[in-house]
Design a protein around this ligand. Structure first.
Ligand SMILES: NC(=O)c1ccc[n+]([C@@H]2O[C@H](COP(=O)([O-])OP(=O)(O)OC[C@H]3O[C@@H](n4cnc5c(N)ncnc54)[C@H](OP(=O)(O)O)[C@@H]3O)[C@@H](O)[C@H]2O)c1
Length: 296
């Protein structure tokens, strides 16, 4: 994380469930101490409400808990990690905020769904109390975003969704941008081996992506990230490799042509990798996903 901050990354994307909020706070504090950042204000932090804490009375305490872990007074953007609510495990080693969620005797998840507008109202309260500066969504389908838009006092500023050329979602992206909701692409690289076509190839092996990358003297990963930026979508590529952290930031010195963009958009399959099939029994599962081939 410190290497990313040194390289010039302006946003750190974390979540309670990633178990790295403490490290995020430490990386920021050390970067300030070392003069790489002037202050906490110089970096934007996104964190996420764990599905196990959707119970409205649990939400503000969960946010305060994340703030404690990060040793920060505020979170720049706090989003609902996913619309489905899960039953948290009974106190994990006595912790009020367990990382794990409960399963029944057959190993199936136990859901704990609340009205999404009630969950949202608590995020609005967190803004009122100054705990978070902006609030948003993740893994919400368009209908669920519409539900929040029609019942909110504070509009969601962002929806963080799986987006890459094999899951291009042009209509959802347009719908969100038309409603002034910024779009963040997670798995912009398909998380490499996580997203495979029928021949077992990854997005960075895709012949069209490779050809376009060669034409620009760039890597396939840089082309995949640039593609999202040029359609107005934010990217949060993850890498634990210093050279790739730098490579992924080095995408502002070239532009894809209209034809490149068109060719990449034609790769749409659609193929959702983060399909969360086991969450389908939740009453808050994104229903629009169910019409995609992966759910047939
Ligand atoms: N809201 C959600 O539900 C949700 C779900 C998934 C992810 N996210 C967020 O989105 C972020 C990114 O998504 P992701 O990590 O799933 O997928 P990703 O960024 O598409 O891919 C990460 C993988 O790509 C490799 N990689 C990175 N840069 C590369 C490059 N230039 N060339 C080749 N390989 C490269 C990384 O390997 P090395 O680390 O070994 O370099 C890592 O294995 C996550 O860190 C998380 O913050 C959110």
């Amino acid at each position: 994380m410190k290497h990313a901050i040194k390289t010039g990354y302006k946003l750190l994307d974390t979540a309670f469930i990633y178990k790295n909020e403490t490290e995020v706070g430490q990386a920021i504090a050390e970067s300030v101490e070392e003069g790489v950042l002037k202050s906490r204000e110089d970096i934007f932090v996104t964190s996420k409400l764990h599905s196990g804490f959707h119970k409205p009375s649990k939400i503000l305490p969960a946010i305060r808990h994340s703030l404690n872990l990060m040793n920060s007074e505020y979170i720049d953007l706090y989003i609902i990690h996913a619309p489905w609510g899960m039953k948290p495990t009974e106190a994990e080693s006595g912790a009020d905020f367990p990382f794990t969620t409960a399963t029944d005797e057959t190993g199936n998840d136990i859901f704990d769904d609340y009205e999404l507008v009630d969950v949202w109202a608590q995020l609005e309260k967190a803004v009122d109390e100054g705990l978070v500066r902006h609030i948003g969504l993740s893994n919400f389908d368009d209908d669920q975003v519409r539900l929040i838009l029609s019942n909110c006092r504070i509009k969601p500023v962002n929806n963080q969704i799986e987006l890459h050329p094999w899951l291009d979602q042009p209509d959802s992206v347009q719908f969100l941008l038309d409603n002034d909701i910024s779009v963040t692409s997670f798995m912009s690289l398909g998380r490499i081996e996580r997203t495979l076509d029928s021949k077992g190839k990854t997005l960075v092996d895709d012949a069209i992506v490779l050809e376009i990358a060669n034409n620009h003297g760039k890597s396939p990963a840089q082309v995949l990230l640039r593609y999202q930026l040029q359609r107005g979508v934010l990217v949060i590529p993850k890498s634990a490799t210093p050279s790739r952290i730098e490579e992924n930031a080095n995408i502002f010195d070239f532009s894809l042509s209209e034809n490149d963009v068109l060719e990449i958009s034609k790769l749409n399959k659609p193929l959702r990798s983060c399909h969360f099939k086991d969450r389908r029994p939740s009453k808050n599962f994104p229903k629009l996903w169910l019409s995609e081939p992966v759910y047939q």
